[in-house]
Design a protein around this ligand. Structure first.
Ligand code: ADP
Ligand code: NI
Length: 210
């Protein structure tokens, strides 16, 4: 079995019965596709075996938002990846663990290797653009939030509250995410995605306002 087939099988087996439109096998495959695109645009050597394992297993332990253990998900996913690699006697276990720990917004681990930076960028691109908008509203739906505040959708006269209004999440987090990308290729990929989100934000606010 190829490494990629082995990783696909691991995600399929571990996530069987789980349905989360923001974290499904397509999220994993897109993150890996973005990792390869970013890597192609970088003039630097990268360990692609480390990157493919880190990309496929970065969310393998997926704890729902709101669960107090969700802040440990990246560490638990890193531990899972190390055990998976050890069972196959694969090299690069610490490099994979470092990249997986570093990808999370919330855990605050620095990305000290290029592989970690590329994975973090690829995962952050998932929060931007059309995919980012779709994921935002999927997660907001899981949390029971409204699409937008009907009287003040852009929060000009109220505090932002992304637990209650999906559109608020653009300002509380998503536009900031676009500012924190590590690599030039990812920043180039992000620019049109941010422009689309700005246009969507205005359009949704105009339609939602009553
Ligand atoms: P990660 O899974 O990389 O740790 P998050 O769970 O914060 O990061 O984000 C995953 C997705 O969930 C993102 O696309 C983000 O837009 C969405 N998301 C997180 N929090 C909210 C929220 N309060 N409202 C809407 N979407 C959210
Ligand atoms: Ni992810």
């Amino acid at each position: 079995m190829s490494l990629l087939d082995d990783l696909e099988a691991e995600v399929a087996q571990h996530w069987a019965g789980q349905s989360d439109g923001a974290h499904d096998i397509w999220h994993i495959r897109r993150v890996w596709a973005s990792c390869q695109r970013i890597a192609d645009g970088l003039d630097a050597p990268l360990d692609m075996q480390v990157l493919v394992i880190a990309a496929y297993l970065h969310d393998i332990v997926n704890i729902p938002k709101g669960d107090p253990r969700s802040k440990d998900a990246a560490q638990l996913s890193a531990d899972h990846a190390v055990a998976w690699m050890a069972a196959r006697d694969l090299p690069g276990q610490e490099a994979v663990a470092h990249a997986i720990r570093g990808h999370s917004y919330s855990a605050g681990h620095p990305c000290e290797t290029l592989e970690a930076q590329v994975l973090q960028d690829a995962d952050r691109l998932e929060a931007l653009g059309a995919i980012g908008i779709a994921r935002c509203f999927t997660v907001a739906g899981q949390m029971g939030a409204a699409l937008a505040h009907g009287h003040d959708p852009l929060a000009q006269g109220r505090a932002l509250d992304d637990k209650r209004f999906a559109l608020d999440h653009f300002e509380t987090k998503l536009f900031d995410v676009a500012q924190t990308l590590n690599t030039a290729p990812a920043r180039a990929m992000a620019a049109p995605r941010v422009a689309l989100m700005r246009a969507f934000q205005v359009a949704l606010a105009d339609e939602a306002r009553i």
